[in-house]
Design a protein around this ligand. Structure first.
Ligand SMILES: Nc1ncnc2c1ncn2[C@@H]1O[C@H](COP(=O)(O)OP(=O)(O)O)[C@@H](O)[C@H]1O
Ligand SMILES: [Mg+2]
Length: 235
């Protein structure tokens, strides 16, 4: 059962959005997903309280790190095929490592130098926890809030910075999309957005599918991923 944790020392980078998109994408392919909401502001719990939540997604609050184990226990009763943990954007989020076994930590990077530094920090932190636990923990950064049209220079600088620091990246980045923001106001998934007349839903869905496929590939076939990532980097 894959355990995916979204971590970054900084808030507002795009963890919660990406965690929900991963859950929605997995649910669309028929999987049962448990979302652990480990942000005291409970953004995912709030999303779940809106109409049209897919029945295969359950959301479990864990307002403090100490609550994570209980939330996981409660979630386990529904026998989910995936666990996704969303953490709050602070150093405290890193303590999730101590509270939970996970297979993959993901850190969003919007196109800023600050995000770049935070992503490098998160990758190093994952490495350190892995060493302490005696097993290599996978970490990937991914771009988010990518402008849909022109890729600005700063984005190229950020990608180069990640590469220089040997921080591995998911091939797919999440685009800056009104539809992604609207999910938290309207609730449900892409069908609910379409029914509400939100603009750009097909592209948002397509972007999400590609993002989710990267993560599924990585978790299912860890050996196949590096060559693919290398091909992307050079292609
Ligand atoms: N890909 C995206 N497209 C549009 N808005 C986004 C995207 N990712 C994040 N946002 C917006 O940026 C803000 C912070 O995102 P959020 O996912 O809450 O970050 P975090 O959980 O890391 O604090 C929110 O207002 C969210 O709607
Ligand atoms: Mg968040």
């Amino acid at each position: 059962m894959p355990n995916i944790a979204f971590i970054s020392p900084k808030g507002g980078a795009g963890k919660t959005t990406a965690a929900l998109l991963l859950a929605l994408g997995l649910a669309e392919s028929g999987a049962r997903v448990a979302l652990i909401d480990s942000d005291p502001n409970k953004p995912l719990v709030h999303w779940a309280s809106l109409p049209d939540r897919p029945a295969s997604i359950s959301v479990h609050p864990a307002p403090t790190v100490q609550d994570i184990r209980d939330a996981v226990r409660e979630a386990s009763r529904r026998e989910p095929e995936w666990f996704i943990v969303d953490t709050e954007g602070s150093e405290r989020g890193a303590m999730v490592f101590a509270a939970l076994r996970f297979d993959l930590a993901l850190t969003p990077v919007a196109g800023s130098q600050l995000d770049l530094r935070e992503a490098i920090k998160a990758a190093r932190m994952t490495e350190a926890f892995g060493k302490r636990a005696g097993s290599a923990l996978a970490h990937r950064a991914f771009l988010t809030r990518v402008p849909p049209a022109l890729k600005p220079r700063t984005l190229a600088t950020v990608v180069a910075g990640l590469r220089a620091a040997e921080v591995k990246m998911l091939p797919t980045g999440l685009v800056e999309k009104e539809a992604f923001r609207a999910l938290f106001a309207i609730g449900g998934g892409f069908e609910a957005l379409e029914a509400a007349g939100v603009w750009g839903v097909p592209a948002a869905r397509h972007n999400t599918e590609s993002f989710v496929r990267d993560i599924v590939d990585l978790v299912r076939r860890p050996d196949a991923a590096p060559s693919r990532l290398a091909a992307e980097a050079h292609g």
